[in-house]
Design a binder for this molecule. Structure first.
Ligand SMILES: [Zn+2]
Length: 428
């Protein structure tokens, strides 16, 4: 994907501007000067500026995804930082946080520096998340402080749960004073066993071994208890079950300062979709029931769940074509994220401003990133989208190096038309 370098003065006019920080929406313009925001307002004139007419389109902050897997180093056949950045741009994302379950994992200050340096010239900001434990083995803590100094923005062993409660306690204790979120992939392995999909009537019917919803909620509850005890900053990733939502809602009501995310696929699909035995639906944690899906959507609406995160997880065709029991977990998600989420949440009655919050300001608040992207002098990171366009997602919309997604053929609502990031304009 080739972007065009932004002209010195670039005026986006007639846009339906949504400012998630000020909570404003108006028809207006954005003036960019030398790649930085100069002004956002109702009437802006700029003689000599190159003009882009955004009539009929929404102009808002660039999206931020706190949970992607870009596979570099080690599995560059699935995704690289560069191809992952292209997938992000196609989805309207200008900042992403990359999980450390690479080969080898990002479990040292040097490995964090590798990602920061390698991503420096890419048009998307890629923030590495450091591993919690050495080798993601769940035993010995990594050098958290040194990794933070090199640019790690959070700690996680994602892909693998921290089974040892003592390790989880200590990482929350150490990361808390650093101001860093701790993200635990909540699936109790002693309950998950070799489960392939959500445990329920569909797993029985399909003859696939099940993963009970409590395998997640037990660990979410444990982590909330440990966050309460230690004062650490817990962020709960890819919440999949109604029971976990209940625990998170209760903890927030009790004043605990924690955050949570949900994926587009847990909001869009149900376990019934697995009747096709398409391994692209195989994810961890698994896609659950229609009731879970409804509870997750309500949790986004009422703020129990803070943000959308894709858990973009590329795998090769060969791996995903394996029999269901052997295929790896995960699907790509950046390119289809907004169209999938806006479709289901608009049907639920959420408005566009609320949904854009979950893609822009809320994930940045989770990570403590600068969230006011419209303030003068900020490097331009904008997403331009058509919220009304209905379209069928297809392979040709994929920019990731991998193609593993069950969204192919699905009707989505809302489409990214352009992304401005890294000093470039990407027309989609
Ligand atoms: Zn995970």
């Amino acid at each position: 994907m080739k972007g065009k370098a932004l002209p010195k003065q670039f005026l986006i006019k007639n846009g339906d501007i949504i400012d998630p920080v000020k909570g404003e929406r108006f028809i207006g313009s954005v003036l960019i000067n030398s790649g930085r925001i100069e002004k956002v307002g109702k009437r802006i004139s700029a003689n000599g500026a190159t003009v882009y007419d955004a009539g009929g389109k929404v102009v808002t902050h660039g999206f931020c995804d706190v949970h992607v897997h870009f596979r570099e180093p080690g599995r560059e056949d699935k995704e690289t930082l560069a191809t992952g950045a292209e997938a992000a741009i196609a989805g309207g994302f200008t900042q992403v946080c990359a999980m450390p379950n690479t080969e080898p994992p990002l479990d040292s200050p040097e490995s964090i520096r590798f990602i920061v340096e390698k991503a420096a010239d890419l048009p998307v900001k890629i923030h590495p998340i450091g591993a919690i434990s050495v080798g993601q083995q769940g035993k010995e803590l990594t050098e958290l402080g040194a990794m933070a100094q090199e640019g790690a923005v959070a700690f996680s062993d994602d892909g693998i749960p921290v089974m040892d409660s003592g390790v989880m306690r200590r990482v929350l204790e150490y990361a808390g004073p650093l101001g860093m979120p701790v993200i635990n992939h909540a699936e109790d392995l002693t309950l998950k066993l070799d489960g392939q999909m959500h445990e329920g009537s569909w797993s029985t019917r399909l003859g696939l071994s099940g993963i009970p919803d409590v395998s997640e909620s037990i660990m979410v509850n444990r982590d909330l208890e440990l966050a309460s005890m230690t004062g650490g900053r817990l962020h709960v990733p890819h919440v999949s079950s109604a029971k976990s939502v209940e625990w998170i809602r209760g903890a927030k009501a009790g004043g605990l300062d924690i955050t949570a995310e949900v994926t587009p696929h847990h909001l869009f699909f149900t376990d019934e979709d697995l009747h096709s035995f398409d391994t692209n639906y195989k994810v961890a944690p698994p896609i659950r029931t229609e009731n879970d899906r409804q509870v997750l959507m309500t949790a986004v609406k009422d703020g129990t769940i803070d943000c959308i995160a894709t858990d973009h997880a590329p795998h090769t065709v060969e791996e995903k074509e394996a029999p269901f029991d052997w295929a790896p977990c995960g699907m790509i998600g950046l390119e289809s994220a907004f169209g999938a989420v806006w479709k289901v949440l608009s049907e639920l009655g959420m408005n566009l401003e609320e949904v854009i919050h979950c893609f822009t300001i809320n994930p940045r608040l989770v990570m403590d990133f600068e969230e006011d992207l419209f303030s003068a002098g900020t490097e331009a990171e904008l997403t331009i989208l058509d919220p009304d366009e209905e379209w069928i997602f297809a392979k040709e919309h994929i920019h990731s190096k991998s193609r593993n997604t069950p969204f192919s053929g699905e009707s989505l609502k809302g489409r990214i038309k352009a992304t401005i990031t890294g000093g470039k304009f990407f027309k989609l």
